[in-house]
Write a protein that binds this ligand. Structure first.
Ligand SMILES: CC(C)(COP(=O)(O)OP(=O)(O)OC[C@H]1O[C@@H](n2cnc3c(N)ncnc32)[C@H](O)[C@@H]1OP(=O)(O)O)[C@@H](O)C(=O)NCCC(=O)NCCS
Length: 174
């Protein structure tokens, strides 16, 4: 399959943070940011493969700096690496003080999407071609992140097998 440049999947979104987006200390809800992250990342994955995609996983997201009401939030997402049917999408979340123009990184995130065929089965995706320094760095370090995700998935499966069926009313079958 022919490769696609990382920048072809770039998705950029900006929004003004208003009172309905914020908690009672005036900073944006984490869930609102997560929703924006999922949106831009899914669009980016679809741009890369031009197929239906589903979110397979989201790596941990650390909110490094608060984004406040009256500031702008900017998100940038692009496909940083692919395996066979899965795509790693890197998302950068930035805040902007609209009075001073200062921009800062609020968080970063990695999500994994899987392309599906018309029968809902995982389908191979084009490889990604990294060009910029940032894209190359993310590309080169991706196999290690992928290895850690595979371990985490196995642990999640073991956990679900052991504990998820247990409720206060007894065990149920899955
Ligand atoms: C993700 C999903 C399609 C994987 O399907 P599957 O039949 O288990 O297929 P596989 O195990 O072969 O995985 C397919 C690819 O996804 C990757 N993958 C699956 N789960 C993953 C996870 N938790 N994290 C990272 N990658 C994952 C596999 O490594 C594999 O990658 P590769 O083909 O590039 O090597 C399936 O588990 C699913 O539909 N999950 C629910 C997705 C969903 O509903 N998301 C919306 C939010 S609830």
């Amino acid at each position: 399959m022919e490769g696609k440049r990382a920048r072809e999947s770039l998705v950029v979104k900006s929004a003004l943070i208003g009172p309905p987006d914020a908690n009672n200390v005036g900073t944006i809800f984490g869930g609102k940011v997560m929703s924006y992250i999922d949106d831009v990342a899914a669009l980016s994955a679809r741009r890369h493969c031009r197929m239906i995609v589903v979110t397979a996983s989201t790596d941990s997201v650390d909110f490094l700096r608060p984004l406040k009401v009256g500031q702008a939030i900017h998100l940038e997402a692009f496909v940083s690496w692919t395996s066979n049917t899965s795509m790693e999408v890197f998302v950068k979340i930035m805040g902007e003080d609209l009075w001073t123009g200062e921009r800062f990184v609020g968080a970063t995130a990695f999500l994994t999407f899987v392309a599906l065929d018309s029968a809902g089965k995982p389908h191979p995706v084009p490889p990604v071609i990294p060009e910029s320094e940032q894209e190359k760095k993310l590309f080169d370090t991706a196999p290690e992140r992928s290895r850690l995700r595979k371990e985490r998935r196995q642990r999640s499966r073991n956990f679900a097998e052991k504990f998820a069926r247990v409720t206060p009313w007894g065990e149920f079958k899955v």
